[in-house]
Design a protein around this ligand. Structure first.
Ligand code: URA
Length: 235
């Protein structure tokens, strides 16, 4: 992962440039904002000015990842929701509350994890007075990727947990099917262990009769993570 590159020096950066030509923006890539010797706080501060795609225009603020530099578990969701956008913190809305309950049931202490999203601005569309979540598109995901890469490069987690299809496909490839491979440890250069599971929002959206069992399956996936942590012991 190259967090030092500041210009369009590779195919991926050039692709990002091409994808973004139609967007109003004042920088070519988020990479321009990333310092060579980044820390989580310097990254967070720099990300507050990110205009690498169009999402900053309608979002309240950048919602950067949160957690310890030495966190062994690194959770990745899709993008902040309405509450996260307003408060500037990841996974603190309805999906975040379900996530917290599942972490507790699985014996994982959130304060010892790092929690972030593939995309750091809220994408939404109006419905009456409400702001309704809209999935980020591939150009927005690519434009935001340098932030995720930089977070990974600083934290160097033992385990990455992809929450839902957007995070899974963004980190494990577009052909990855979380419904088929959830709960499985996947070989990846990104971390010693990488696992994908459902996004907590999809459990909130599940029909009432299956919500409880979906939650329990989600907890089972998280317990696999917690067992690895226990087996590896404290640092
Ligand atoms: N959904 C996400 O993917 N991330 C959040 O931070 C909140 C909801």
């Amino acid at each position: 992962m190259d967090i030092e590159s500041k210009s369009c020096g590779n195919v991926q950066s050039c692709q990002i440039k091409q994808n973004l030509v139609s967007h109003r923006k004042s920088q070519e890539s988020a990479r321009e904002l990333i310092a060579t010797k980044a820390t989580l706080s310097s990254l967070q501060e720099a990300s507050s000015d990110c205009k690498a795609c169009d999402l900053w225009e309608n979002a309240t603020q950048t919602v950067f990842g949160e957690g310890g530099r030495r966190a062994r578990v690194f959770f990745v969701g899709e993008q902040p929701g309405n509450e996260e956008d307003i408060k500037g913190r990841p996974f603190i809305g309805p999906a975040g509350r379900l996530f917290d309950q599942a972490l507790e049931a699985a014996g994982i202490d959130r304060t010892e994890t790092y929690v972030t999203n593939v995309v750091k601005h809220f994408r939404w569309e109006p419905r009456g007075k409400r702001r309704i979540h809209k999935k980020p598109n591939s150009a927005q995901i690519e434009a935001c990727r340098p932030w995720l890469e930089a977070e990974l490069a600083v934290v160097k987690p033992r385990i990455i947990v992809c929450l839902g299809a957007t995070a899974s496909q963004s980190l494990l490839g577009k052909d990855f099917r979380v419904t088929e491979r959830r709960g499985e440890f996947i070989d990846s250069p990104l971390a010693p262990k990488v696992i994908a599971t459902l996004h907590p929002s999809s459990i909130l959206r599940a029909p009432e009769q299956s919500r409880r069992s979906e939650f329990e399956r989600f907890v089972e996936d998280l317990k696999r993570v917690s067992r690895v942590l226990a087996d590896e012991g404290e640092d």
